[in-house]
Design a protein around this ligand. Structure first.
Ligand code: DX5
Ligand code: ZN
Length: 213
């Protein structure tokens, strides 16, 4: 299991210290939540802060867009060369076109599904994707409780991906901790995002390792 700590739960007064700490602790990706105050009722960070994170991160960036105008934000963040950019299927009229655009910029494209969105909604896009991100909370905030129905959903998606594109990874985001990590692994999940569990833990390196099962 790969682990992508969500910087949203870091101490923004000591952002460099916290980003370096999780990278030195052996995390696999650095997850960055970009919210525009429209698609979700919260506003987070833009290119100035994300480039400061990119400058001190020694692990690849995983940018999760929770915005209305996906294309605008893809163009804004592309120069930072993240490994993944993921966008919500619920907010995109032309997902196939945007996948092609992200790939043409040398970035791995990923689609995010909200808790109510069925895995079948990405069936026809699966072969074009590097990753699918399943939300296990309603997007917008860190520190929420895990929605259990993501487990059978991940199982269903995992069967679909094994059939259509075994290279496509499955990521789960929201409320992940050492209590639900085994069920996620069993369901076929490859990457977990963890914000409050990692950053509020007294030993962040230990928290990351406890999820790398
Ligand atoms: C929620 C974000 C998550 C969030 C995870 O909209 O996409 O990445 O920061 O935080 P925890 O792990 O605390 O639920
Ligand atoms: Zn996220």
């Amino acid at each position: 299991m790969l682990v992508a700590p969500s910087v949203l739960s870091a101490d923004f007064g000591n952002l460099q210290r916290d980003v370096e700490e999780i990278c030195n602790a052996g995390c696999n990706l650095v997850h960055i939540d970009v919210m525009d105050g429209h698609f979700v009722p919260n506003l987070t960070i833009g290119p100035v802060v994300v480039s400061a994170i990119a400058a001190c991160a020694t692990k690849p960036l995983d940018i999760h867009l929770m915005v209305e105008n996906n294309t605008f934000f893809v163009e804004l963040f592309a120069p930072l060369k993240p490994q993944y950019i993921s966008f919500h299927i619920e907010e995109e009229k032309h997902p196939h076109r945007l996948i092609q655009k992200i790939r043409s910029l040398g970035i791995k494209p990923a689609i995010v599904l909200n808790p109510h969105t069925p895995p079948e909604s990405v069936e026809y896009l699966l072969k074009n994707l590097d990753m699918i991100l399943l939300m296990s909370v309603n997007p917008g905030f860190g520190g929420q409780s895990f929605i259990d129905s993501v487990i059978p959903k991940a199982k269903r998606l995992s069967e679909m991906r094994n059939r259509l594109n075994p290279k496509c990874l499955i990521e789960v985001d929201g409320g992940v901790n050492d209590q639900n990590i085994h069920a996620l692994k069993e369901a076929g999940v490859d990457i977990v995002v963890a914000g409050s569990y990692v950053f509020k833990h007294e030993n962040r390196a230990k928290a990351i390792k406890s999820l790398q099962i």
